[in-house]
Design a protein around this ligand. Structure first.
Ligand SMILES: Nc1ncnc2c1ncn2[C@@H]1O[C@H](COP(=O)(O)OP(=O)(O)OP(=O)(O)O)[C@@H](O)[C@H]1O
Ligand SMILES: [Mg+2]
Length: 505
């Protein structure tokens, strides 16, 4: 066939981008164009020597021949089909074949016109699509999580088999229904509103995030779920894929863990209380002795009063009674004070330790203990080494320690003559010992004689007329319970107590 034929019809045949062929009734190629040769991979001569049956894929030949048979028997003039040729090099090519029967003037079948289009690219894309669909379908179907695809109105498009395990529905029971069927009633009532708001504002509530929610099973019971929602668009329509994991077991475990933590904490509190009660037991004999003194004094005084009333005349008796009853009352107050201090000691703190910032705690203790300091001309100085100290402690107990020490300092300063320097210094900083910090409370009072350095920490040691002698012994027990120490530092002037405690950084 000439390369550039002049006749437009011949040119159309020769140069068309689709394969065009005239095929005899027996299948013999009569005329073929260049594209036809390109598609089949054969030269024109090779084609013209053979028949289409020889290069048609055996699997497609049957239906092709049936189609031809149909045309020859007068049922229709055209057919179209997709089929494969085996090319000259043995490879396969997918084509779309359209065949028209041309008849002779007398109506007898003459030959076929075949139009052949290469559709191998489209076929490859289709195969890819099918493979990809199969891949995603297998993930969807095999997922442990229940997955549901809904449209913009909440209508369920598809669900995977896992929904049955979590919700008790067969997948086919759900397709076409609204997703609300899987939600607790209270949330279901609002769900249309959520979708509508999202459509209107585009503000994603739950989309793209995981969230703990509840789902409703077929039997009406609720199930704890971890839900994540992804959104996608196809043909201008919005769809949402919800992935739901049953977390009821995890929730139950968490609740049990929380409960056992609570149990442990109350056990610890109980234990702390018990420890303090035991300490109280140790102190009990000392206390009994201490309370015995005022009680004996009360009894003696009351007896003296009684004796005076019986033995003396009225005026003398009332004067005597007044004195002894006052003494008895004072002693009763002292006994009461002892009991109160004791209750403070075993008292109300939970024994709970937390990570606390130290400086605010010192400031709170200072404000509490030194409220009357300015009135007494006492100057207070705070100093720290700039470290932001933290420690795991019982804040109430540490405050109690600091208040006791500061009150002692105030008591000591008040014994100084007027005009003497009255100063308290609270210094905080890291200790030389690694992992410890210290709070040092110094005063410019009369100080503590060397011979009393040990005694002051003993219960009921006091040099004060109204002192109980419990402050320092309580301080020592509380600090030691925190793994710390309290000691009296050597000073030239006044007294200085150093509390050292383990540090959390
Ligand atoms: N900063 C101080 N300066 C001088 N002496 C002190 C100082 N701190 C404590 N002492 C001495 O130690 C003693 C014991 O103190 P502690 O706090 O245990 O009991 P108290 O203050 O006497 O009575 P309370 O039970 O009311 O605290 C005090 O009586 C006092 O003699
Ligand atoms: Mg004291």
């Amino acid at each position: 066939m000439p390369d550039s034929p002049c006749d437009p019809f011949v040119a159309t045949f020769a140069l068309a981008a689709v394969g065009i062929a005239h095929v005899g009734l027996d299948g013999r190629w009569l005329r073929v164009n260049r594209t036809c040769c390109e598609i089949t991979g054969c030269t024109e001569e090779e084609l013209l020597q053979g028949r289409f049956q020889e290069i048609t894929h055996p699997d497609d030949l049957g239906s092709d021949l049936e189609n031809i048979e149909r045309l020859l028997s007068g049922k229709g003039r055209h057919y179209s089909m997709e089929k494969r040729y085996v090319r000259r090099d043995g490879s396969l090519i997918w084509v779309n074949l359209s065949v028209t029967l041309v008849s002779k003037p007398d109506g007898a079948p003459d030959f076929f016109i075949s139009l052949i289009t290469d559709i191998s690219r489209a076929k490859a894309l289709e195969a890819d699509l099918i493979a990809s669909e199969a891949r995603y379908r297998s993930i969807f179907d095999a997922a442990v999580e229940a997955m549901a695809v809904i449209d913009h109105q909440g209508s369920i498009q598809s669900v995977n088999p896992a929904v049955e395990r979590i919700f008790g529905y067969q997948p086919e029971e759900l397709v076409g229904r609204n997703i609300k069927v899987l939600l607790p009633r209270a949330i279901a009532a609002k769900h249309d509103g959520y979708l509508e708001r999202y459509r209107r504002t585009g503000v994603p509530g739950i989309i793209g995030k995981g969230r703990d929610v509840e789902g409703r099973r077929k039997d009406g019971t609720l199930v704890a779920l971890d839900l994540s929602v992804a959104q996608w668009t196809h043909d201008d329509r919005t769809y949402f894929t919800g992935t739901m994991r049953d977390v009821s077991k995890r929730r139950a475990t968490e609740a049990a863990l929380l409960q056992s933590r609570d149990d442990l904490q109350s056990l610890q509190t109980e234990y702390a209380h018990l420890a303090r009660v035991t300490e109280m037991g140790e102190m009990a004999s000392a206390i009994a002795h201490e309370i015995n003194q005022p009680l004996t004094a009360i009894a003696n005084n009351l007896n003296a009063g009684l004796y005076a009333i019986e033995a003396c005349d009225a005026i003398e008796a009332s004067a005597e009674a007044r004195i002894v009853m006052k003494a008895a009352a004072d002693q009763a107050i002292r006994a009461g004070l002892i009991i109160r201090r004791l209750r403070e000691f075993v008292g109300k703190t939970t024994g709970e330790r937390r990570l606390e910032a130290i400086t605010p705690l010192i400031e709170a203790a200072r404000d509490l203990a030194l409220i009357d300091a300015p009135a007494h001309g006492i100057e207070v100085e705070m100093a720290d080494d700039g470290q932001d100290l933290h420690a795991t402690i019982d804040a109430i107990q540490l405050k109690q320690v600091l208040v006791n020490l500061l009150r002692n300092a105030v008591d000591a300063l008040l014994t100084l003559p007027k005009g003497a320097q009255r100063k308290i210094r609270i210094a905080t900083g890291l200790s030389d010992i690694a992992g410890q910090f210290h709070i040092t409370l110094s005063d410019t009072g009369p100080g503590i004689p060397d011979r009393l350095r040990q005694s002051i920490f003993e219960p009921f040691f006091t040099s004060k007329s109204h002192g109980m002698g419990m402050g320092l012994s309580v301080c020592q027990r509380l600090v030691e319970a925190h793994g710390g120490t309290i000691m009296l530092e050597p000073t030239k002037l006044g007294a200085s107590f150093r509390v050292s405690l383990p540090l959390d950084r």
